[in-house]
Design a protein around this ligand. Structure first.
Ligand code: NAD
Length: 514
């Protein structure tokens, strides 16, 4: 099948912008043989930067074979040794933060400060997994019955797979593989085909850290690779992060093939602003959370719910901040917001500005007025603000995933909560208020997986777990943190006794503990 490429070339290739991103199978780069590939753009210039191999089913099979072969030795590797390797991964990712961030900027378009933030939040997950000896401790009940002890252990599943989105090409894989391999699984990653280089760079770092060949592989591609992962009999679990329609498909197909699946989907995150909130603070938070990473974050604030009399001053405070948001390429050190991922996506985002206006919203700021939208070949769109949005409008009903902030005006707190809870998504939400009782009530009744109180992007730290409710997550466990450990292991309960010889007798009764 495979042509083996000289190791350590992948990152250099990416750094020099040379043509093809290869798979990483069995501990080294492997050139694709399917004859299929896809484009990888530099979103800031609009230029084709390189191409990425698209795996065939046979190439996925090769990665799974390598992962299956590596599993017995890896699961038998002591916790101390696995932990030591994770500490080394931690150190290498830390050392190479800037390199990883540069790859993110070059293929995703996010500005360097944002890219470094992504790496830092990903690193937290590796740090969490360094504590695997503690995390895998089971329970022990001495003398559960006379002379009988009962204890529980958690064991790895086997080959775990991860399928990840374009918007966090380094952090989301780290959400998955750090815990997966720490628990003793081997891992096959299918990253987004839009910005694939970071995953291969990370594979190189893992190898350098001492992760044995086959424990971590990367196959690039599209639906062909994904479908093979979902059907492959030797893959035990699938972790997915992406849009809701695909998440639902992954969950339904993966579980129908007997796999354990966690599939995180899209979002429409509401930030409720009560009349007593500090207007300046709420406006700063809304602007930061709506337009950071050009709104291409699953935890971006896309809807501000302005309660009562706060609406006019809040919209004015947001509007007044927008001319100061610096849009530009990652090469501009003053840029705060970069381009969108592709031209098609940028143009689709812009259609919601027209449909919003046609359906009765006020287009307070139109990102198409930005010079970079008009004059650059990059996939830029300026920040946009739609006021007086209603829930029946297309711009509200869809996840836009771009630099568009919508304001919905409601008269009361109760209507704000109803709006949040009626939305089909339930990833994140936030409330801005000085009233602790109102905030506590909101936390109690919001049907949403992650809630911020005066915090607009409440992404949990790595020792909690990340996940939405409703159409933002299919499956039973949230991702990373303690629920990640649970997902990547299965429980075994042992009941043991060591009776003296000659003390047994035949007893057909159901075993009793008393
Ligand atoms: P996407 O669903 O288009 O793609 C995600 C992954 O699925 C990619 O690896 C892609 O190659 C694969 N894929 C795409 N179409 C497929 C198909 N028809 N069949 C099989 N596989 C397919 O998502 P995206 O555009 O890369 O990422 C943006 C989306 O991800 C947004 O909806 C965002 O909200 C969501 N997201 C959610 C979270 C979360 O934690 N809930 C985090 C980040 C992103």
């Amino acid at each position: 099948m495979t042509q083996v490429v000289e190791p350590r070339t992948e990152s250099r290739r990416a750094a020099r912008g040379i043509d093809r991103v290869h798979h990483w199978i069995g501990g080294g780069p492997v050139a694709g043989t399917s004859g299929r590939h896809g484009p990888v753009y530099d979103p800031a210039t609009g230029r084709l930067a390189r191409e990425v191999d698209f795996a065939s089913a046979e190439e996925v099979d090769a990665a799974v074979r390598a992962a299956k072969a590596a599993f017995p030795a890896w699961r038998a590797t002591s916790l101390a040794k696995r932990s030591e390797i994770l500490f080394r991964i931690r150190s290498l990712v830390d050392t190479h933060r800037a390199d990883i961030a540069a790859l993110l900027t070059s293929e995703h378009g996010k500005v360097p400060s944002d890219a470094l933030g992504e790496v830092a939040r990903g690193l937290e997950n590796i740090e969490f997994a360094c504590g695997i000896p503690h995390l895998l401790k089971g329970g022990f009940s001495e003398q559960a019955s006379t002379g009988v002890d009962v204890y529980s252990i958690r064991q790895p599943l086997g080959v775990a797979a991860g399928i990840t989105p374009f918007n966090f090409p380094a952090m989301v894989p780290m959400w998955m593989f750090a815990n997966a391999i720490a628990c003793g699984n081997t891992f096959v990653l299918k990253p987004s085909e839009k910005d694939p280089s970071a995953s291969v760079y990370i594979a190189e770092l893992l190898k350098e850290a001492g992760v044995p060949d086959g424990v971590f592989s990367v196959v690039h591609g599209d639906k062909v690779a994904v479908d093979r992962i979902l059907e492959h009999p030797d893959i035990a679990s699938v972790s997915f992060v992406g849009s809701t329609p695909i998440a639902r498909y992954i969950y339904e197909t993966g579980t129908s093939h007997g796999k354990r699946v966690q599939a995180l989907g899209g979002a429409k995150n509401h930030m409720v602003v009560l009349p007593d909130a500090d207007i300046g603070m709420a406006a700063d938070a809304a602007v930061s959370a709506a337009y950071g990473s050009a709104g291409e974050r699953c935890m971006a604030i896309s809807v501000v719910v302005a309660v009562g009399g706060v609406a006019d001053p809040l919209v004015e405070a947001i509007r007044s901040r927008l001319p100061k948001v610096r849009v530009g390429p990652g090469s501009d050190p003053t840029a705060e917001m970069g381009p969108l991922i592709t031209r098609e996506h940028r143009d689709k985002v812009a259609t919601y500005l027209d449909s919003g206006r046609e359906q009765g919203a006020d287009l307070v700021v139109d990102g198409r007025d930005h010079a970079l939208f008009r004059d650059s070949d990059g996939f830029f769109l300026g920040v946009s603000l739609l006021d007086r949005v209603r829930p029946d409008m297309d711009c509200y009903r869809n996840e836009i995933f771009g630099p568009v902030l919508e304001v919905v005006r409601v008269p009361t707190y109760a209507e704000a909560v109803t709006l949040v809870n009626d939305n089909p998504y339930g990833n994140g939400t936030a409330i801005f208020t000085r009233d602790g009782g109102a905030a506590r009530q909101f936390q109690f009744e919001a049907n949403v997986g992650m809630v911020g109180v005066n915090v607009p992007i409440p992404v949990p730290v790595a020792y909690y777990s990340f996940g939405g409710w409703k159409s933002s997550l299919f499956g039973d466990t949230h991702m990373y943190g303690p629920e990640g450990i649970q997902f990547y292991t299965r429980a075994k309960v042992v009941t043991a006794r060591w009776p003296d010889p000659g003390t047994s007798k035949v007893d057909l009764g159901f075993p009793r503990t008393r």
